[in-house]
Write a protein that binds this ligand. Structure first.
Ligand SMILES: [Zn+2]
Ligand SMILES: [Zn+2]
Length: 259
């Protein structure tokens, strides 16, 4: 099952107060919990998940003085994944000196109220982890916040699951993940300019083409710069040069041998 990703725009995220530090690749992911009380009623009402994520962002920005929510992604009990800082941006939640090593994924459980992650949340955490591996150059490690940092995070139940190797609930019923190096599914629309096109698919393509060494802003907006980079890549690959990311350009962006 593909990740059910909620974009920052869709959950009403505030804009970051500064620019992120770019993260090229990581050893993997660290799993977190909120450390506070999580209202068990979120399980029956996804709107409450959204409110909770917004309040976490507010406390990280207003309370901790961070430029944004500290997590890369947040997994909820509805098998949905909120985009936090997202791919290729340094998180803040792992602790000083520990953020460049791992993306930070929060499961919406706490130390009281909702403390046991439902299977759907474990799936969502794994969906986020696979997403970072496929699109964000994350390595294979799955650790808890407490690995290397003095905290009880991610709490007993989540940490026990991490220590077991973070298995998919119900066994391997999910289709095999995309093999390493293979392109993620084509987004189903052509990425082109003008007018400027926005979306997570744009950001995903920009992040990958940036990994190939092209100078590009990974901002989720397909404008003149993206179009120029696309043309340069198409010339390099000796395919039709039209500045439009269609299925062939998309696939080659991941799968063409790196020069
Ligand atoms: Zn934590
Ligand atoms: Zn939810």
């Amino acid at each position: 099952m593909a990740i059910d990703l909620i974009s920052r725009k869709a959950w009403g995220a505030r804009s970051p107060r500064g620019s992120y530090t770019r993260l090229g690749s990581t050893k993997g992911v660290k799993v977190h919990y909120t450390g506070g009380r999580v209202d068990p009623r979120i399980v029956d009402d996804h709107d409450r998940c959204t409110e909770l994520v917004r309040s976490i962002q507010n406390s990280h920005m207003n309370g901790n003085g961070w430029i944004d929510i500290g997590y890369s992604f947040v997994a909820c009990p509805h098998r949905k994944v909120f985009e936090g800082r997202g791919l290729h941006n340094l998180p803040a939640a792992n602790g000083p000196g520990l953020n460049s090593g791992h993306y930070a994924v929060l499961g919406l459980v706490g130390n009281s109220g909702l403390t046991e992650p439902p299977d759907t949340m474990l799936h969502a955490i794994l969906d986020a982890i696979e997403y970072t591996r496929q699109n964000g150059r994350a390595g294979k490690e799955i650790k808890g916040h407490r690995d290397g940092y003095p905290t009880d995070c991610p709490g007993g139940p989540l940490y026990a699951w991490v220590r077991k190797g973070a298995p998919r609930p119900g066994g391997g019923q999910d289709p095999a993940p995309t093999p390493p190096g293979a392109a993620p599914p084509f987004p189903g629309r052509l990425l082109k300019y003008p007018p400027i096109m926005r979306g997570d698919d744009v950001r995903q393509w920009q992040a990958r083409i940036a990994d190939r060494g092209f100078e590009i802003d990974v901002d989720g907006a397909y404008g003149p710069q993206s179009s120029d980079v696309c043309r340069a890549f198409q010339r390099q690959q000796d395919i039709d040069v039209d500045g439009i990311v269609g299925p062939i350009t998309w696939r080659l962006t991941w799968e063409a041998p790196e020069s």
